[in-house]
Design a protein. Structure first.
Lengths: 371, 499
């Protein structure tokens, strides 16, 4: 009873606060001169330009192709978002530290290949490990998580120990991981071939139906993605590690003086990111139904773009989990929408590039010193 | 030319969020004279100069150069109009040569429209300028091989090469020794006879009275007085600067010095000139450290706190040997360190006040494995109230607060760790008078409660007014320890001991 009451009070308080906030903002706005008002409106529009553009895009696409908003299409967008969310959640940590991680896509590739290799169905004829029955799923998950963590550790160690820029470190490790993928796919008589013929249990565990909406199944990995997002939210907002991460990203020197273990924090962020890539890789194998040397290629660029669109700034020390979810979602809406409009695949790259550039420019605007 | 008004700043005002930095300040500089601009830190001297050079956009007021209204867009623009500044911290391309630094951005070319440099002409012109000022330096020498004083001379020469009529000196002697300062004064004298107007910003009374013709005093962003330097005394300047008698500036406290708390034996640094410093800090004691810039004061604190690498030496806390190899260990041992560089090593600008406050004591907010936001909010609010931090809420980004309030947040951060030894490096630098007094009170309270405080400050009155003892450092070594009854001259001569 007591708890119930305090909870209700809390909610009432929150709403009250929000109301005041809006009222205050409105009052503040009204007190401005005409010029300042115009500036404020332009500022607000520009700061939310990505959202506004995307909402407009959705409206335009939905008018041109009403099927864009059908159940199947919406579930498709949600599934794609869920598949790309963990990698973005991982990379976001590196961006909060003013860094980046371009090894993410290859890490996804390696872990997807490892997953596939150990989960090829018993009866499949051209297996990479011919005599091997599919391993238990938890064992494989544990294995790829360890691999992802190891990749993250190497990245983080070189960043933290030698103060190398994460771009350089992950540029190098990305090459190394690609080499490992190619070597791995040469094992036995595989000869670099795509790994397919995956075990039914594994396929069901990832891509099997969670439940159905209007006769269309939502795959299970959507649930896993939701769980991972919740876990990351707790890590970012409710743990000392999370607070330390933001402190290091905001001001490394001050963090050190304040007693933050900068070395371990940086390594921790990259290890966590590596684990997220590993889980993405684990999901990716079953989602696509196979794994190959090119699996995961360029995933990091979409993830970084999603983070920036979602407000995780390269300035460091800023970003919210909710923002990342929205960023990934918006990016997928655009990609799916452009497909609906039958935009040329090649043109898609140009549009992606422009979106990232624009998002970064709008983001930086907020941090430029204005006289 | 002489005594004509060269530069006139009229009714300059400038506000920052929450602070009126300049309030209708007027200032006049006559040709062929030196005009000293004085005031405590935060009085508005540098804001006024930043408005002159277009670093800040003034809210209102006019600036006239040679009777013509001007508004410089940036310091380069000012320089092109013959208004130059020699900064406290020199901003030079150290990898380049003297000549290249002097002509940066306007290298002499064979043909104006083609990008081919006439190096010989550049060196000839550099020599000419240096010679006119009596500076004996090779134009082809790399800047990084020169001392600070030499580099400052080059900066002055650069101003002259732009035919500067107005030259602003911002604390030019802060890192110079006596001989180097004399050289600087000779050059200033020469510039004056050539008809230049000099604005001279410094805290050093003796040199102000010696080289200036007029003195303007500012306080809290307001012009207080302009006087003839020949007829004004040091005491009068101080009175104008402070606005009340010196004795009122420091809170009363019960002095209750107890047992030895921290003993340092032979502290030497691995990567700086700090060598063989030993001292004892007692419970309830405020131990001041005085010295010139570069005397090793900051380095000493960094070595005690473990942010710099110690080469040798031992630390004892309450008689027990401690290591303090890194900040985490030091904090566990009850140390707190308020750094000199608030922006680069103190605040997390983009984060809120709450995050800035709790960062050093996060584990005390854990409920189980998770942090309690409610507890963090409560503590932060408590300290906002207790330290009188002026902020709309505990979630406000710290960078939007004034310097004094930012510093109070940093104090709150350290108070939460319940320290016994406080290392304070210039804790009141760039802070307005009111906040200063509050910080003094806080320091006094902590000492009364039995903490030991080490206070590094460049403001002599602050040290004399607050401390129980003052150690004077010079050239990385301990030059001597004096009582707070010592005279400024006594301290200055110790500070110059190993320079």
């Amino acid at each position: 009873m007591e708890e119930n009451k305090s909870y209700r009070e809390k909610i009432a308080g929150a709403f009250h606060g929000m109301g005041n906030n809006v009222k205050d903002k409105f009052k503040e706005f009204n007190s401005l001169s005409r010029d300042d008002k115009r500036k404020k409106i332009v500022d607000t529009l520009l700061n939310n330009a990505m959202f506004i553009m995307i909402i407009l895009a959705v409206i335009v696409i939905a008018i041109m192709k009403p099927r864009f908003l059908s159940t199947a299409s919406v579930i498709n967008i949600i599934s794609l978002t869920a598949a790309r969310l963990p990698i973005a959640l991982g990379i976001a940590g590196a961006i909060v530290l003013t860094g980046t991680d371009i090894s993410a896509g290859r890490a996804v590739g390696l872990t997807a290949c490892i997953t596939a290799a150990f989960l090829q169905s018993a009866g499949y004829s051209s297996k990479i490990f011919p005599g091997l029955d599919p391993l238990p799923i938890p064992v494989v998950i544990l294995a790829v998580v360890l691999v992802g963590a190891a990749i993250g550790f190497v990245n983080g160690f070189f960043v933290a120990k030698f103060k190398l820029h994460p771009f350089i470190v992950t540029l190098s490790t990305q090459l190394i991981i690609y080499g490992l993928i190619l070597l791995f796919l040469q094992i036995g008589s595989n000869g670099g071939q795509t790994l397919s013929g995956l075990d039914g249990k594994y396929l069901d565990f990832i891509a099997g139906p969670l439940f159905k909406v209007g006769g269309i199944a939502i795959p299970k990995y959507v649930l896993y993605s939701v769980i991972l997002t919740a876990v990351m939210w707790v890590i970012w907002n409710k743990t000392t590690f999370g607070k330390n991460m933001f402190a290091v990203g905001s001001n490394e020197e001050a963090a050190n003086v304040s007693g933050v273990n900068v070395f371990l924090t940086v390594i921790g962020v990259f290890v966590l990111a590596g684990i997220m890539y590993a889980i993405t890789g684990f999901i990716e194998g079953a989602r696509i139904g196979s794994a190959a040397s090119y699996t995961g290629l360029n995933y990091e660029s979409d993830a970084i773009a999603a983070c920036v669109i979602g407000g995780v700034s390269f300035v460091g020390g800023t970003g919210k989990i909710g923002g990342i979810v929205i960023g990934v979602l918006l990016l997928q809406i655009i990609f799916v929408g452009l497909n609906f409009l039958s935009v040329d695949q090649n043109l898609l790259y140009i549009i992606k590039g422009l979106i990232i550039l624009l998002a970064c420019a709008i983001d930086m605007r907020k941090y430029l010193a204005r006289k | 030319m002489k005594n004509d008004v060269l530069l006139r700043m009229e009714n300059i005002s400038k506000s920052f969020p929450g602070v009126r930095a300049l309030n209708n300040v007027s200032f006049e500089l006559k040709g062929g004279t030196t005009h000293a601009l004085m005031g405590e830190n935060g009085a508005g001297k540098s804001t006024l100069m930043k408005c002159l050079f277009g670093v800040y956009e003034k809210d209102s007021g006019e600036i006239y150069l040679d009777g013509e209204a001007v508004e410089f867009k940036n310091s380069k623009d000012a320089l092109n109009h013959g208004v130059a500044m020699v900064h406290q911290e020199l901003n030079q391309a150290l990898k380049l040569t003297v000549a290249e630094n002097m002509w940066l951005g306007r290298f002499p070319r064979y043909v104006e429209s083609l990008p081919f440099l006439n190096t010989r002409e550049m060196i000839r012109k550099t020599k000419e300028v240096l010679l006119s000022l009596g500076i004996d330096t090779d134009p082809e020498m790399k800047m990084e091989r020169m001392s600070v004083s030499e580099r400052q001379m080059i900066e002055i020469a650069k101003a002259v090469s732009y035919n500067a009529k107005v030259i602003v000196f911002d604390e030019p002697t802060s890192s110079l020794n006596g001989e180097e300062a004399e050289k600087l004064f000779a050059i200033i004298e020469k510039l004056k006879t050539d008809g230049c107007g000099i604005i001279y910003i410094s805290h050093k009374m003796e040199e102000i009275l010696r080289i200036s013709d007029e003195v303007t005093v500012m306080r809290d962003g307001v012009h207080i007085a302009t006087r003839d330097a020949k007829s004004i005394t040091t005491d009068e300047i101080i009175r104008l600067m402070v606005g009340r008698e010196l004795t009122e500036r420091y809170p009363e406290r019960k002095r209750n010095i107890g047992k030895p708390l921290l003993e340092a034996r032979g502290i030497s640094a691995e990567y700086s000139h700090l060598s063989d410093v030993s001292f004892t800090l007692h419970r309830g004691e405020i131990l001041g450290i005085s010295g010139l810039d570069g005397a090793g004061r900051t380095e000493l604190l960094e070595n005690i706190f473990g942010t710099a690498t110690r080469k040798s030496g031992e630390l004892f806390l309450d008689g027990k040997k401690i290591r303090n190899d890194n900040p985490r260990e030091s904090i566990k041992n009850g140390f707190a360190f308020v750094t000199e560089e608030r922006r680069s090593a103190g605040i997390f600008g983009i984060l809120g006040i709450r995050e800035n406050t709790v960062i050093s004591s996060l584990s005390s907010f854990l409920r189980g494995p998770l942090l309690s936001k409610r507890l963090m909010n409560e503590k932060t609010k408590e300290y906002i109230k207790r330290l009188n931090i002026k902020t709309p809420s505990e979630e406000t980004k710290i960078r939007s607060l004034s310097g004094g309030n930012q510093q109070k947040v940093i104090f709150a951060r350290w108070l939460l760790t319940e320290p016994t030894v406080l290392l304070l490096d210039e804790p009141t630098r760039g802070i307005d008078v009111g906040a200063k007094y509050e910080i003094y009170q806080l320091i006094g309270e902590l000492a009364e409660r039995g903490c030991g405080v080490i206070l590094v400050s460049s403001e002599m009155p602050e040290l004399l007014g607050l401390c129980d003892r003052i150690m004077v450092m010079s050239g990385g070594r301990l030059a001597g320890t004096v009582e707070p009854s010592a005279s400024q001259e006594e301290i200055m001569s110790l500070a110059a001991k190993y320079v």
